[in-house]
Design a protein around this ligand. Structure first.
Ligand SMILES: [Zn+2]
Length: 387
């Protein structure tokens, strides 16, 4: 028999905001800002270009000491076309589980942290606890860089960070990075009876994609390899191709999208340099011999870097203690932790729920996972009071 989590009401509130990434998250952020203001805590907001989305950063306790940052994203993936048994944006409790979009990924972690805020503030904190809530994680970690950049304007940056993505409360110290790239081939249209007078953009794109495939094969065969990662090497994959209008027309344009998922230590820029050079040296001269308007353009981004926090790092020792975990691991999905890590803030990923339940219809978190996160938070409070 599981007990009702103390954080239940806050989870219900956060899930109730439809923060699918294409929507504004401002209502959720305003709710959190008001909630913290009533506790006497100021929030620092940073925005996207249209101010439709906001990040929130707030400090509980002394603002002039580095402290511990609890971080997570406010946005969720869409529910379009998914068959849900209940309203995804109204929390439903059934059989020891809480159902709703974002319960696992990752509003429950944020809700537990917020629900414990009054208790944190009631104690005499030696070490501050910072809350960092971001936008647009699910569409390429677009919000977190602005929040991290704004930390430089504050008196101190956090000493370490825990990103509460669903790991089943395991302490995760590593994941691959990801770089997304769009390739745009401009050819020269014409009648397909006269291919000698045109530049076939689809075929040029195919040659570039085949070269990316060769790079992917090389990674799989030659590495570098790293244990704990699945697969244990960097990967390259093309996921979208668009080009051509009719079989009897030489296609004038072709666009393709690919991604590089790089192991810690691998440089995705090297793949980019290789494919660029191949295009420029092997393909472009032939294209431009037919038309000087033919070309290959590359659009870089979004990206997040790999996470690779050493087991001897203070944040790992602390998170293991708070989560009562004996060991650490790696995950195959990416998180904002890589961005904090890149900004020299030692970071781990540790949060309630399981990634297997995320992004799916009937997403849920078990009450047991919420309880484990609450225990984690209670131990964190003891830690920040004694240190
Ligand atoms: Zn997530």
């Amino acid at each position: 028999m599981t007990t009702t989590p103390r954080s239940l009401d806050m989870i219900r509130r956060l899930v109730g905001f439809d923060t699918v990434s294409r929507n504004s998250n401002r209502a959720l952020i305003a709710f959190v800002q008001d909630y913290l203001a009533e506790l006497g805590v100021d929030s620092h907001l940073t925005f996207d270009d249209d101010a439709e989305k906001a990040n929130l950063y707030a400090t509980l306790g002394p603002g002039d000491r580095p402290g511990i940052c609890l971080a997570g994203h406010s946005d969720v993936v869409p529910v379009d076309g998914q068959d849900w048994d209940s309203d995804p944006f109204a929390l439903a409790e059934r059989d020891g589980r809480l159902y709703g979009r974002g319960t696992a990924d990752m509003k429950s972690f944020l809700a537990v942290a917020l629900a414990f805020a009054p208790e944190i503030l009631a104690r005499s904190l030696q070490t501050p606890v910072h809350l960092a809530i971001t936008y647009d994680e699910e569409v390429g970690c677009l919000g977190a860089p602005r929040l991290i950049e704004a930390l430089d304007a504050l008196p101190v940056r956090p000493a370490l960070c825990i990103v509460g993505e669903p790991t089943g409360m395991q302490v995760v110290t590593g994941h691959k990075g990801k770089l997304m790239v769009t390739g745009r081939v401009t050819g020269h249209e014409g009648h397909s009876a006269h291919i000698d007078k045109g530049v076939n953009a689809v075929e040029i794109a195919a040659e570039l994609i085949a070269r990316l495939r060769a790079i992917a094969r090389r990674y799989a065969a030659e590495g570098p390899f790293r244990e704990g990662y699945d697969p244990p090497y960097s990967t390259v994959h093309t996921g979208v191709v668009r080009g051509g209008t009719a079989l009897n027309i030489i296609p004038g344009e072709c666009v393709f999208e690919f991604e590089i998922r790089d192991l810690p230590g691998d440089d995705p820029a090297a793949v980019l340099a290789e494919i660029r050079q191949y295009g420029e040296q092997e393909l472009l001269p032939e294209m431009q011999a037919v038309s000087d308007r033919a070309g290959i353009a590359w659009e870089i981004g979004p990206r997040y870097p790999a996470l690779d926090t050493g087991d001897d790092s203070e944040v790992v020792r602390l998170a293991k203690r708070l989560a009562r975990a004996n060991d650490t691991g790696q995950v195959s999905f990416g998180t904002e932790a890589g961005l904090f890590h890149e900004a020299d803030i030692p970071t781990v990923v540790c949060g309630p729920g399981h990634i297997e339940q995320a992004h799916k219809p009937n997403e849920y978190i078990s009450l047991d996972q919420v309880a484990r996160c609450e225990d984690f938070m209670a131990r964190l409070i003891e830690h920040v009071c004694e240190n």
